[in-house]
Design a protein around this ligand. Structure first.
Ligand code: FE2
Ligand code: FE2
Length: 191
């Protein structure tokens, strides 16, 4: 069975998001001094680059090619939430974003009759995404002495609000395309 236009659009969208994530974290990794964060962020952006490849390869196996997209979800994020001003804020926005990604992929897995190639790709990516949430959460905990627990919690709240706004906007904008995901009932996302 051929991929529907909507599915092709969604998978292409994921691929573009992964490329954007890789570029974003890669640029960031380049600016960091030697530290555990430098180490983990380098692995993180390498993972996101791999994920873009997995989607490209998945679409190839499904007999098609990714659509070229211009819309960058992360850019809308930065617009809604404001540019992070320090490493703690970067980690906070990353944590919120990574949770959104996991939630989105879980939602897609819950779509009835999801294709084997897509399921396999999402499950492969999810293993890395779980680690992404884990290391960023640990990095934030390690920053509590420096930035204060309350300030970190407040920053996370601010980015979560921006995330909800951007996601609602994305769903509204692409409702026709992503409609097939709306009926899916994922398991509760990790927190
Ligand atoms: Fe990813
Ligand atoms: Fe990730």
């Amino acid at each position: 069975m051929l991929l529907s236009d909507d599915e092709l659009w969604a998978l292409s969208y994921y691929r573009t998001s992964e490329i954007n994530g890789s570029l974003f974290f890669g640029r960031l990794a380049r600016t960091l001094k030697p530290s555990p964060i430098q180490h983990d962020l380098t692995k993180h952006f390498a993972d996101e680059a791999q994920h873009a490849w997995y989607w490209t390869d998945c679409l190839d196996r499904l007999g098609t090619r990714p659509i070229k997209m211009s819309d960058a979800y992360q850019d809308q994020y930065l617009e809604a939430a404001g540019l992070p001003v320090n490493l703690m804020e970067i980690m906070a926005i990353t944590l919120v974003f990574e949770r959104r990604v996991i939630n989105q992929y879980a939602r897609h897995l819950a779509v009835p009759n999801v294709r084997a190639e897509v399921k396999e790709t999402i499950e492969r990516i999810m293993e890395d995404e779980r680690w992404h949430v884990q290391w960023v959460r640990d990095a934030l905990t390690g920053m509590e002495d420096r930035f204060g627990k309350d300030t970190i919690a407040e920053t996370l709240r601010r980015y979560k609000a921006a995330d909800r706004e951007v996601y609602a906007h994305t769903l509204a904008e692409h409702e026709a395309r992503l409609g097939f995901l709306l009926d899916a009932h994922p398991r509760a996302p990790e927190d």
